[in-house]
Each structure stands twice: as C-alpha cells, then as structure tokens.
Write a protein that binds this ligand. Sequence first.
Ligand SMILES: [Zn+2]
Ligand SMILES: [Zn+2]
Ligand SMILES: [Zn+2]
Length: 479
Amino acid sequence: MTVGNMESIELFDAGKKGRGLRTTKELSAGEVVFAEPSFSAVVFDSLYTQVCHSCFRRQANLHRCAQCKFAHYCNRTCQTGCWDEHKQECSAIKKYGKAPSEKIRLAARVLWRMHKDTGVVTDGQLASVDQLQEHVAEMSQDDLKELNTDVHNFLKYWSHKSKQHSVEYVSHIFGIIGCNGFTLSDQRGLQAVGVGLFPNLCLVNHDCWPNCTVILNHGNQSALNSVLHSQRRIELRALEKIAEGEELTIGYVDFLNLSADRQRALKQQYHFDCTCQPCSQHTKDDLMMAAKEGEGSKPSAELVKEVTAFSKECLEKVEKRRAEGDFHEVVKLCRECLEKQENVLADTHLYKLRLLSIISEVLSFQHCFSEAADYTSRMVEGYRKLYHPNNAQLGMATMRAGVTQWHAGQIEAGHGMICRAYAILMVTHGPNHPITRDLESMRMQTEMELKLFKQNEEVYHTMREAALKSQPMCTVTSS
Ligand SMILES: [Zn+2]
Ligand SMILES: [Zn+2]
Ligand SMILES: [Zn+2]
C-alpha cells in the first residue's frame, strides 16, 4: 500500500453532514483504507526542545538549527528531510526575533505549503486545504477576540517578501486549523507532541460507533537506513467488515460518555448535532449508569442516587489530588469510593470505570502490581461490555492490564490478556506499528514463561526474577 493511495474511496454528499467519504470496495477488519502524510505539522511550544521537528520522535540530545536556534532534530537526515518545510519559517523566526505560538507557526506552514503547491490539489488529495470546513461565523465573542490577536501576531510574523493576505483570509485559515487540526503523538503513542493537518482525514465524518479508526504511524524512525524512515502520516483503518458504498466514519470523541454528554462535546468543539444511531437511541446509556444487579437484594433507588452523587464528588476530588501529585490521597479516596460502590453500582458504571482506571494507573506507578492488576482487569471487563470489540482504547487498556498482571506474577491471566490486546491492536494499529511490535515480543515472552511455569514452577520463578532485573516490559508502562 503506497502513501496517498486513494483508490478505494470517493467523496460523496452525506446530506446534513456535508461532504463525506465512502468506500468503493468491500473492506475487511484491519485493512488500511488509506494512508496520508501530513500537509503541515508543528511541534507544541512546550516541547520544542524535546521532540524532533521532522519525525516527531521524543528523545534526548536533539541538535538545534544553527540559524533560528528554534528547530530541533535527531540528526542531519531529519534536518535535511525537513528543510523544505522549515526554510521560510527559519528566516521568519530570525526576523521576528523569536518563534511565535504553535497555532501561528502552523498557519504559516500551511500557507507556505499552499503557495509552493500553487493551490493545485496534489495527487491523491481529495479537497484543497482552504475549502475545508471552519466555523468562524459561529464563534463566541471570547474566541473571536483570541482569533483576532492570533491573526494580528501572524501578520507581524508573516514575511514581507511572502504573498500578502487579507485579515479575513488568514482568519479563515485559523478557523480551518481550529476545526481540523489533528493531534500528533510521539513514536509510542503515549504523549501528544504536536498538531498537524491531514486534508483527506478531515473529510471523514464522525459517528459515535464508527467503522474506522485513525492511527499515527511514523514507521521505523530508529532504523539506520533512512530509506526505512517514513513521513509523518496517519492510517485510516477499518474496524470491521465494511460493505462497498458504505460511509467511512471515525469517532471524534470517546464513546465512554453518556450520549447527551457526547452530543454536547461535539456541538461545542465541532459545531454539529450528532444524530448517529447510538445517540438517537441512547445505546448503552443505561449500562453506563446502571445499578448492580444479580444475586441477592437489589439496591434501593435512593441508595443508588446517593452513591452516584458521592462518586461524582469523589471523582472531582481525585482529579484535583492527582493534578497536585498527592498519589497517596488519590489511592485512599479511590479505595473508599470503590468500596461504597461495590454492591450498588454495576461494573459498567462510568464512575466506577473512571476510578478503576485512575487507581490502577497510580498503583502500577507505585509498583503495587497485585492490587493494580485486580483493578485493571475489572476495568477491562467493564470496557468490553461497552466498547466496540476492536476499539483502540479497549486494546490499549487490555495491554495495560496484561502487563500489570505479568508484573504481579499472574502469568496465565497476563498472557491471556496480552494475546487479546494483540488481536485488537493488529486491527487498530497494524502489524508494523511500534506498539504492536512491543506487544508481539511480550506475547512471545509470556508464552514461553507460561510453558515453563506449567512444566516447572521453580525454574519459572528463578527466570522471572532475572527477567524483572532487566525489566524488559517497562517501555510500555512508563511514559
Ligand atoms: Zn527526527
Ligand atoms: Zn532554523
Ligand atoms: Zn453520536
């Protein structure tokens, strides 16, 4: 599959939603619908010395551009590869005296790129960048004020030698970036490091239960042979079998919210009313707020209401303490609240799942793996009842659970979880993604350990001690 190959998709009129993309052939789960390099992208202001401005890898000892002293690169290969994109920016930064904010840098990169391409839609690009959607007309007073400041600063930064643009046109470009900017993560998908524009991806509409997922895959940047380095690019991957002619969709917001909350978030951020099937039928809303059922007595409506309110308050406290770095208090609050919820709220209740996610993460961080393993596996069981079976978040959570169980010495459960995660990531990330590769080696290692464990427990424990000393699995749990 070549980058920019758009053979299996076409633009169509998706009614109220505007333009949309649909497939021209049947797709199977895990198939790459298309891959697309970024039109333009920039590293976040806060990370400009820690992330390569060319390949977006996060690493130590980056080399600084000698001229603007702002851009940073892994090595000469990355610097040379990025020069075309950086050339005009480099002299603009020198003249401006400093680098402007990421939004302004991105807007300038977009415009320089458009001038270079002389506005012609390049091969494989289905729509030109300045025809993408924006909602400047619907912006609030505060947002408009911020936009005006950005445009004002942009015009000061924009070189006098470059083609001049009206305030309206620059505002329009900022509007497009605001609506369509896509967050880029580092090579392991663990940290958001920048923002970029992918014009074809912008044409894919939202659905709360989407049939595709989008994943960044920068290829093997650590390879010595630069031929193996790929451009910054995304892949649109099918989550399930998709029939010919069906619309392709992705989820702009996490499904793990009540339909009304998802609709509110979409309206606020993307300015549309979601009328997808799960929203109009409130699919799984009941599960996300359900009371505990099953053997024994059912909790009274009163008690459910009380515990729900208590949990909501507790979550706010937990978030605050977490932000302050008071992890001891976070664990204490979570334990208390989970105990209160135990016989009252269902295992799929959102407030329970949020607490489980937080406490397991903190406990893993503190190396309390046994307790963390119990919480993560409960979280994954809840997720499995709510998410699409091939949801990427489900895959990542399953991987986390497997690694935690492995650390806790639960080799059988851990291996099972890692295999499950691997199956999901083969669809959502594909076999060549760095995370899938990590998982593959974990799968092989745990498989071998499990065999040993079944043959001779004593030998297994000796080997495990040795393995823990070299800590081969730490790459995934530490960020
Ligand atoms: Zn690099
Ligand atoms: Zn420079
Ligand atoms: Zn929806």
